[in-house]
Design a protein around this ligand. Structure first.
Ligand code: SF4
Length: 344
């Protein structure tokens, strides 16, 4: 296949996903007025120095928010079997991706270059979608509650009925379908993809929204490797703003429809057999409400929460059950529950 997906080979300005790249953002926090100037408490977005979140941050939060926080702070404490499961899942996704396009590494030298790669990956598949083809690993961006979100859709295809269908592949270590709680997390993930993809094709994500949220400079010249690859897929660009404009115009003028149908395929990792397919109902109001609730944590409007007693079974297989503050407080009784300490 001629289709390529660019993979970042980061130069010196390499950043962790979502990381704002500010040298020391905590020192930039506004101070409260008054004689005794005090710094206000940092929100989790500020604490982890993030200027965007991934869709999977929110979906893992819907399983257990406290676990998501521990996963960010103490990734090395993840149980080895969980790590193996995740890595096998990644390899399967990559193998599927290589069925439809090649992956090439591109050297980046700035934050704008890193984002240019995501945008080029999106731009290069728009003609495929327009022609009724199937695309995999499609990057999507959007805003909910004034927080920038980014995600990667596994697959978008047209069904026999001509509807645009999102397919999310979930691979499982065990040869049976997941529990209701696991499905709920996955449903939320695909609904968020639809929410932000639809907003993009409807022209709601303006270029200046992206640059202001991620603190990117539209006038930043793109690195030579990026310009070269842009040329290969038919775009002559010099600065980052050129690519943003192209993305906006291509997404809104290309007649790509909103996503009509959301499907999740569960397959067994070892035998590679399909365990089942779920069709997910999209209810916009409910998706927005749940996202607002999860984002309230990130914006520092409420404390982190662990699972409620009815879902305490999740703690049995949790890598952080030995150190979990929330679990300890829950065991100590209801009077301790009013304000579980933030995880450290
Ligand atoms: Fe969440 Fe339970 Fe794990 Fe604590 S032990 S992080 S409450 S799943």
């Amino acid at each position: 296949s001629e289709l390529l997906r660019l993979l970042e080979e980061a130069g010196d300005d390499a950043l962790q996903p979502g990381h704002s790249g500010k040298p020391n953002s905590s020192s930039d926090l506004p101070l409260e007025s008054g004689k005794m100037k005090r710094k206000r408490a940092q929100t989790p977005l500020e604490k982890y120095d993030l200027n965007y979140l991934c869709v999977t941050d929110l979906s893992t939060q819907s399983w257990c928010e406290q676990q998501m926080v521990y996963g960010r702070e103490l990734p090395q404490q993840q149980a080895p079997e969980t790590v193996v499961l995740l890595n096998t899942g990644k390899s399967i996704h990559l193998a599927r991706e290589l069925e439809v396009h090649d992956v090439v590494k591109v050297h980046t030298t700035s934050k704008e270059d890193s984002w240019a790669i995501k945008i080029l990956n999106l731009l290069s598949v728009i003609p495929v979608l327009q022609a009724g083809g199937c695309v995999r690993e499609l990057p999507v961006f959007g805003i909910i509650e004034d927080v920038f979100l980014m995600g990667i859709i596994d697959e978008l295809c047209y069904s026999a009925k001509g509807e645009l269908e999102l397919r999310e592949l979930k691979t499982r270590g065990r040869p049976f379908m997941p529990s209701g709680a696991q499905k709920k997390k996955d449903y939320f993930q695909v609904c968020l993809y639809k929410y932000i993809f639809d907003a993009m094709v409807q022209g709601q994500l303006k270029p200046d929204v992206i640059t202001s949220h991620i603190h990117l400079r539209p006038e930043q010249p793109l690195g030579s490797h990026i310009r070269e690859h842009a040329q290969k897929v038919g775009f002559t660009v010099t600065c980052f703003g050129d690519l943003l404009e192209l993305m906006y115009l291509n997404m809104t003028l290309s007649d790509i429809p909103s996503i009509d149908c959301l499907k999740i395929e569960y397959s067994h990792q070892e035998s590679n057999t399909l365990l089942g397919t779920e069709v997910v109902q999209f209810e916009e109001e409910k998706v927005r409400e749940r996202a607002q609730y999860y984002l309230a944590y990130w914006k520092g409007r409420r404390e982190v929460q662990g699972v409620e007693i009815e879902e305490a079974w999740k703690c049995q297989s949790c890598s952080y059950s030995e150190i979990c503050d929330w679990r300890r407080k829950r065991a100590e009784g209801p009077e301790q529950r009013s304000g579980p300490k933030k995880s450290k």
